[in-house]
Design a protein around this ligand. Structure first.
Ligand code: G3H
Length: 539
């Protein structure tokens, strides 16, 4: 990419018709208490990472706006959520599981109607490529469907009594109450819904605040939420976190905080809650996953997976490979191929065929990447390959930086962008020590061929991170696998089945085995007078 060539950004005519925005996206609505309400207060302007060429260079395009709600509206959302729970008596938390599943199935069908619009907005709001935006949407719908199947299994397993030591019991999972869901900008739909959907279907009421970038793409789904769930069960808040989220946490009425973002914000939110034992936190935070390329690695595989792992969606994935350790014996051949492969990545607009590098949505991101690179370069590193780190507006060529070592910010800080730090190692103790001393503990990738060596590394590494990938990039999927992290990387485990557990608590009904109690329980079951005391089986 030529850093002076602003024509990488298209004029309207250069945008395929189906992806043009046409008119500005002025969101005036928010969902509260089963109603789509109109807002006439202040708005947040939405700047797309896709720039417009102006005489002074490329500038982010203003594509619309969304409501900047006040504490009053977030208070109303909380009241609505609490009313829908009604101290455990609400229609939603007491609804039979099969009916709740029905609501969610209807929602999944309605979601599909908005696919093209959500995908189009995702490209404009966060610069995600068309194919990745579609993947994110489809993966989310699949997640909803898998959640339904997992819940059926969970419910089937609980549809029986347990008789132990003269006590009859029925054990199920019950909702926790009101869940505040906040997702990240890089997977604004998927990562919000991987907490929101399980929380919801387990009988909780939800207040969700979309990430700062990636708000408008949720708007086409508001009507489906309103129509498919009882009033007050799903509520949205938009705006400045301090204004709308602060009062929610300070109220002490939030039972679960499901937050994917930085540990700094997570800690701030948690501290605002006056009842720390009431609050359960489900957190997905920073990571600095290492890729370790051993001396016998298959270089084709290692290069392919490291490029994908480090630079898919411009490195803006929590699971991205954010530090590469390469054995010195193969450093030269690895670097030659890796830098060449990175140089071949196609930069462009999200809808361009085969595009891999797209505009960065965060304000000041190119500058912050350049500052990380500058710090490393000032301490002895260089950018490998031509054009690395060059940028036009929000579009930045990936930079491979070598050698990165102690004292450089890139050695320890999560970059969350298109910069790949590389270090050479002579002894495996060097990357192992780095991992043990890191503030983060999400995943690692090992590239090598000797089973003995791999085995000897897996055993200590599973005690440092939560997934060891062999000859494969780090990633979250498949979504049925547990996804979590140690240290500052996560709290709680998410997967299709784990999420159903995380948003609930085990609760049981127990009775001494007496004739009277047997009679009572039998009558409840045959009369189907309780949702909880029930042997109904979902077929
Ligand atoms: O940003 C973190 C995402 O959960 C990563 O998911 O590995 O499927 O891209 P992914």
């Amino acid at each position: 990419m030529n850093p002076h060539n602003a024509s990488v950004f298209p004029g309207v005519d250069g945008i395929p018709e189906e992806f043009r925005l046409g008119k500005r996206l002025e969101q005036r609505s928010y969902l509260c208490d089963g109603e789509i309400r109109q807002w006439d207060g202040p708005f947040q302007d939405v700047l797309s990472p896709i720039c417009t060429v102006t005489p002074s260079g490329p500038a982010r395009t203003s594509i619309g706006s969304y409501p900047l709600l006040s504490g009053k509206q977030s208070g109303e959302a909380l009241d609505a959520a609490l009313r829908s729970q009604d101290g455990g008596r609400g229609a939603w938390p007491t609804m039979p599981v099969e009916k709740r599943i029905g609501c969610l199935s209807d929602f999944a069908a309605r979601m599909m109607e908005s696919r093209d619009e959500v995908v189009r907005r995702m490209m404009w709001e966060i610069g995600k490529s068309l194919s990745d935006s579609r993947k994110e949407f489809d993966r989310t719908v699949e997640y909803v469907r898998d959640t339904i199947e997992a819940l059926k299994d969970l419910d089937r397993a609980s549809s029986r009594f347990v008789m132990e030591q003269g006590v009859i019991g029925q054990i199920r999972r019950a909702p926790l109450g009101v869940v505040l869901c906040m997702g990240p900008f890089n997977y604004p739909l998927n990562e919000t819904f991987t907490t929101l959907i399980p929380a919801l279907v387990m009988g909780n009421s939800v207040i969700f605040k979309p990430p700062k970038l990636g708000v408008l793409l949720h708007e086409p789904l508001l009507a489906a939420f309103r129509d498919c769930f009882p009033r007050g069960v799903v509520n949205t808040v938009y705006g400045d976190g301090r204004t709308v989220v602060g009062p929610l946490m300070e109220s002490g009425a939030i039972d679960v905080l499901a937050f994917i973002g930085t540990s700094r914000v997570a800690d701030l939110l948690r501290r605002q809650h006056p009842k720390p034992h009431r609050l359960r936190c489900v957190l997905g935070l920073e990571a600095k996953n290492a890729g370790i390329v051993l001396s016998d690695a298959d270089l084709d595989t290692a290069v392919r997976e490291c490029v994908l792992g480090a630079l898919s969606f411009n490195g803006q994935r929590c699971t991205a490979l954010k530090m590469l350790f390469v054995h010195r014996g193969i450093l030269e051949s690895f670097m030659g191929r890796f830098v060449e492969a990175v140089g071949r990545l196609k930069a462009g607009m999200p809808w361009d065929e085969g595009v891999q590098i797209t505009p960065l949505p965060e304000e000041g991101k190119v500058e912050s990447m350049k500052s990380l690179i500058g710090d490393a370069v000032s301490k002895g590193a260089s950018i490998a390959g031509p054009g690395g780190g060059d940028a036009v507006g929000t579009l930045m060529n990936p930079a491979v930086v070598y050698p990165v070592g102690p004292g450089m910010r890139l050695y320890t800080e999560e970059q969350f962008g298109p910069v790949v730090p590389v270090a050479a190692f002579d002894s495996i103790e060097e990357p192992l020590k780095w991992i043990a001393e890191s503030d983060y503990g999400q995943q690692v990738s090992l590239f090598g061929r000797d089973p003995e060596v791999i085995a000897s590394l897996v055993d200590p590494l599973v005690n440092q991170v939560c997934r060891v990938n062999i000859n494969s990039q780090c990633q979250r999927g498949p979504d049925t696998f547990p996804f979590t992290g140690r240290k500052d990387s996560a709290e709680g485990t998410l997967s299709v089945t784990d999420a159903l557990r995380v948003f609930t608590i085990r609760t049981l009904v127990a009775a001494r085995e007496t004739d009277d109690n047997r009679r009572i329980l039998k009558s409840i079951v045959t009369g189907r007078s309780s949702r909880f005391i029930s042997t109904d089986f979902i077929f």
